[in-house]
Design a protein around this ligand. Structure first.
Ligand code: FES
Length: 106
């Protein structure tokens, strides 16, 4: 089972054992990661699951789709590494992935 490293808005690191096939958002919510609200439950309509993906991992992730890109316009403090965590499925290849939650979502 892959381990995902979430860095919460205050800098605190939380390593979470995830299940292959669930989304990064689900892994965060189920493990009480602060700053991932996921108000829409994963239907890509709220942008409250926004996070920054560590640049080293960017190429291993699925490409961003138009709906996710559009919804990111409603997220706080986006940058080139922004993704919506509900749109990324955990795979074994993502073991060790580092995900940072923006300060604005504290
Ligand atoms: S949980 Fe709402 S957009 Fe991801």
């Amino acid at each position: 089972m892959p381990t995902i490293v979430f860095i919460e808005p205050d800098g605190q690191q939380k390593s979470v054992t995830s299940v292959t096939g669930q989304s990064l958002m689900q892994a965060a919510v189920q493990n009480g990661v602060r700053g991932i609200e996921a108000d829409c439950g994963g239907s890509c309509t709220c942008a409250t699951c926004h996070a920054y993906i560590d640049p080293q991992w960017a190429e291993r992730l699925p490409a961003i789709r138009a709906l996710e890109q559009d919804m990111l316009e409603f997220a706080l403090d986006t940058n080139a590494h922004s993704r919506l965590t509900c749109q990324i499925q955990v795979t074994d290849d993502l073991d060790g992935l580092v995900v940072r939650i923006p300060h604005a979502q504290a």
